[in-house]
Write a protein that binds this ligand. Structure first.
Ligand code: HEC
Length: 155
């Protein structure tokens, strides 16, 4: 066997071996009383966009297409979910102090304006998470209006 074939064989074995190490799944369909929709107004069109483009990393319920079971994709996603939820979890938004809710809404508008979210690496595979200009405007307007309403009760 040539050395190239040996290396390929080793890589193949490693690739197969890591498939058996699957991270715990982020799956819960329970609607918590702290859900963002129970805290501030979230129109249906906004909700649809957030669910499609953000909820995989910023909620307790990730939609797992088949490739998310393939390593190392599953590990990378699990890591994004861990950090994404720590910063912002739409299912737990209502448990944040109002001050934090205000700053998160501002962060949402800023992240979308800067094109930072959804993460670029994610949109390479998840085409449907790529936001159009109109979709971006819908989220930015909503986040700013929601922040303004909170600013009125908590300046
Ligand atoms: C593939 C996973 C993933 C997706 C999808 C995703 N995010 Fe994130 N998000 C993260 C991670 C990870 C962080 C933590 C910071 C970092 O690593 O950049 C983050 C951070 C943030 C923050 C920063 C919070 C703070 O306090 O500064 C906001 C706001 C945010 N995301 C909003 C969104 C919105 C809105 C969407 C949908 C349009 C979205 N994200 C989609 C993974 C994701």
């Amino acid at each position: 066997m040539s050395w190239i074939k040996k290396i390929l064989l080793v890589l193949l074995i490693v690739f197969i071996a890591i498939q058996f190490i699957q991270p715990a799944q982020n799956k819960s369909v329970q609607v918590l009383p702290t859900d963002i929709s129970k805290t501030i107004t979230v129109p249906e069109n906004v909700k649809m966009i957030l669910q499609t483009a953000c909820y995989d990393c910023h909620s307790n319920n990730t939609d797992y297409p088949w490739y998310n079971y393939v390593q190392p994709v599953a590990w990378i996603l699990a890591n994004h979910i861990k950090h994404g939820k720590r910063d912002l979890n739409f299912n737990e938004f209502g448990s944040y102090p109002v001050r934090k809710q205000q700053s998160k809404l501002k962060a949402i508008a800023d992240q979308i304006k800067d094109g930072e979210m959804p993460l670029y690496s994610y949109t390479i595979i998840h085409y449907n998470a790529r936001l159009s200009k109109e979709q971006k405007a819908i989220i930015i307007d909503w986040a700013q209006n929601a922040q303004d309403s909170l600013d009125k009760i908590n300046p």
